[in-house]
Unconditional design. Sequence first.
Length: 194
Amino acid sequence: MIKSSKEKGKASKARLLTLAASEFSRRGYHDTKISDIVAAAGLTQPAFYLYFSSKEAIFIELTQAFHNRMRTLIENSLLDSAMEQENVFEHIKTKLKMFFEFLAMEPDLTRIGLFVNPNRAQIRADMVRMVRDNLVKEQQSGYFRSDLDMEFVAECLVSMIEQLTETRLLPGLSSAGHLATQIVDLLLNGMIAE
């Protein structure tokens, strides 16, 4: 089957995005050159400029893709206000596992979004804000203690996600399911033996 020029163009753009993510992830933003990206993709620099106006443009597209997916996952993790209390643990664990699976499935994008991006502080602040907003709604629904500062809880949760992604998930030392279970168990059940 012969590919149309539109299909070839889509494939070339996707290849550039994938290989740019790999280069940015390995080298960082400043040390990655367009020539590195096109060489890895087996394309020419003029081909690059058909799809992206600059190195910054492709980097922004990658970070925006990460941010959009992250936002969707966090928005979809909100507990239903009618959920039975006994289902809360499993629901939160499942949603957190899905988040870790996304981070593991896209390791280059994850490294760019969480660790390489010069604007990573803004991405982190957005994560904290979205998680906090969910937690406040869930607190108002009676799932969590009313005396907890949900800004603090959100900061702790996002910090745990970042740290464990870097030290356990991306190196392959822990699975998404294991990390989700450990975090949810710690936060919901605590450390004191019964």
